[in-house]
Ligand binder design. Structure first.
Ligand code: ZN
Length: 205
């Protein structure tokens, strides 16, 4: 099981991709307005949707409220990519993250679709990605969900120690932030970044 120890109230929200402009905008506004701690794993392929918010996110990243993980540039299945492709997919996204957000994503990489193996982890490790970002809870919203479906996922998985997977890909979640936040508050959960949950830092790698 990937997650934090059960003695904690910590919850790590990890939000991927970003191929929906209004979803990225809504997530950034949610984070900015609530002060909630979160990790984004954007793909450079959707840079056009993320870059308008670089100036908003930079100070939040600096303050440790927001963390950026490496989810590769094009979101290919790395287990079906060549060594050189795995290398360049991580490298290219890191370069984009550094240029856009002024921070490294090391040591965290989230394999697209969660597909990874010893070979991809070895290449990632050589680049400084010594932590594979998996999850033990999910909004299930890689595909389009109804509000009821998404809230059922939220109710099931927003618990102490959960690394929660979500996506800035479909607008459903953007209309549910108040309800999601209520669950977090009612259950006394403390939203944290990966650094805060796992004791990693931006100096690693
Ligand atoms: Zn993804």
């Amino acid at each position: 099981m990937f997650g934090a120890q059960s003695t904690t109230n910590q919850l790590a929200l990890t939000i991927d991709d970003g191929y929906c402009a209004e979803c990225v905008a809504a997530y950034v506004a949610f984070v900015q307005q609530t002060g909630i701690h979160i990790t984004f794993s954007p793909n450079g392929a959707y840079r056009g949707y993320w870059e308008p918010f670089a100036d908003t996110l930079k100070p939040l990243i600096e303050a440790g409220q927001v963390q950026i993980a490496n989810h590769t540039y094009d979101h290919y299945d790395l287990t079906r990519s060549s060594n050189a492709q795995v290398h360049s997919e991580l490298d290219r996204n890191e370069l984009w993250i550094e240029q856009t957000f002024g921070v490294t994503s090391r040591p965290w990489y989230r394999p697209p679709f969660g597909y990874h193996n010893a070979r991809t982890d070895e290449i990632a490790g050589q680049l400084g990605y010594t932590k594979v970002l998996m999850w033990n809870g999910t909004f299930g919203d890689a595909t389009l969900l109804t509000p009821d479906e998404l809230m059922a996922q939220a109710t099931q998985y927003l618990k102490p120690g959960t690394v929660m997977l979500g996506h800035a890909n479909h607008p459903t979640v953007t209309h549910l932030f108040d309800r999601i936040r209520s669950i977090i508050d009612e259950r006394g959960l403390e939203p944290v970044t990966l650094d805060e949950m796992f004791g990693t830092s931006r100096a690693e790698g």
